[in-house]
Design a protein around this ligand. Structure first.
Ligand SMILES: Cc1cc2nc3c(=O)[nH]c(=O)nc-3n(C[C@H](O)[C@H](O)[C@H](O)COP(=O)(O)O)c2cc1C
Length: 317
């Protein structure tokens, strides 16, 4: 077994260009974090920065994106700072949101493309979920309300209404033309979409099924990831999320073709339990477990973690 050069597994070339992470973990965009803890996204951002993890701030964050950026950018050992975008029905408003992210110092945009409408969330409906008073998507303040189109007989509120604002490939090109920031797509699960995204020159893909929150029975990302990796080759950086719970999961994701992973629920549990310290603890555990898993599988560097680590020489395709 080779020894890692600096003792720490380094990861290079996450877009844009070359970003070196101390470990391949980012916090996934999760909306309305002040529901979990009064410090909300500030706590998560601070924890990510001090643990050298990346941060992807949700469009539906419950604190101002500028304040989060200031906090993160002040930490010398921080990881990448990215902003997640949901295209709003008002494209002018979306463009201004992009400008704000650029001015604040965000380093990439993550366009979520798998949730033009919410999934059928039975438990949420049964619980009669409502945002508590004082928690809102503050970065969307001032967004003009959606005016539903007048529907004719036989038309559908979903297909002829809501989905008119859903992201299309043209919107991806629009966004790329609008911003100097690299654009990644989050929520890609099909090889054809991966191929098309690569052809448009996106900076990376996040293979994701939104943590199972949009479409029931969508395929597991661990199943899809190696197929997309085969489709796009090594040229397009791939990240993955969904069900990453232990350091071994991080290593398996890398072995299946990801350069980094995002975690969602685990850090929200940490946040709800103990604020910034809770999130930092979750990140530290993941990193320690990941490094132990590398050591115990004989991987001195991430480049050594490929499909054969999981399947021997007969990796299924
Ligand atoms: C409560 C909650 C809110 C979320 N909000 C967003 C969001 O605003 N934007 C987005 O792109 N994804 C959102 N996601 C999806 C996560 O970014 C991520 O894809 C998912 O949580 C990963 O799965 P995991 O929770 O198993 O780690 C949300 C997930 C959860 C659990």
């Amino acid at each position: 077994m080779n020894r890692p050069p600096g003792g720490v597994p380094r990861l290079a070339q996450i877009p844009p260009g070359v970003v070196t992470l101390a470990h391949p973990v980012l916090l996934a965009p999760v909306a309305y974090q002040r529901m979990a803890h009064p410090d909300g996204e500030f706590a998560s951002a601070l924890a990510a920065a001090v643990q050298g993890a990346g941060l992807v701030l949700s469009t539906q964050a419950s604190v101002l994106l500028e304040d989060v950026a200031r906090l993160v950018l002040a930490e010398p050992q921080r990881g990448p700072l990215w902003m997640q975008l949901y295209l709003q029905h008002d494209r002018g408003f979306t463009a201004e949101l992009v400008r704000r992210a650029e001015r604040a110092g965000y380093e990439a945009l993550v366009l979520t493309v798998d949730a033009p409408t919410s999934g059928a969330r039975d438990r949420e409906r049964r619980a009669g979920f409502r945002l508590p008073p004082g928690v809102s998507a503050v970065n969307l303040a001032g967004l003009p309300p959606v005016t539903p189109p007048a529907l004719e007989a036989g038309q559908s509120a979903l297909f002829d209404g809501l989905l008119r604002g859903a992201a299309t490939w043209r919107d991806v090109e629009w966004l790329q033309g609008l911003t100097r920031l690299p654009v990644l797509l989050k929520g890609v699960l099909h090889e054809d979409d991966a191929r098309q995204a690569a052809a448009l020159g996106v900076a990376g893909l996040i293979v994701s099924n939104h943590g199972g929150r949009t479409l029931d029975t969508a395929p597991a990302t661990a199943w899809v990831l190696p197929r997309i990796a085969d489709t796009v080759g090594g040229g397009l950086p791939l990240l993955v999320d969904g069900g990453i719970r232990r350091g071994t999961d991080v290593l398996k994701a890398v072995a299946l073709g990801a350069r980094a992973v995002l975690v969602g629920r685990p850090y929200v549990h940490g946040l709800a339990t103990a604020g910034a310290q809770g999130v930092a603890h979750v990140l530290r555990l993941l990193r320690d477990e990941f490094e132990i898993a590398m050591a115990l599988t004989g991987c001195a560097t991430l480049a050594e973690a490929g499909p054969s680590l999981l399947f021997g020489r007969s990796a299924p395709r």
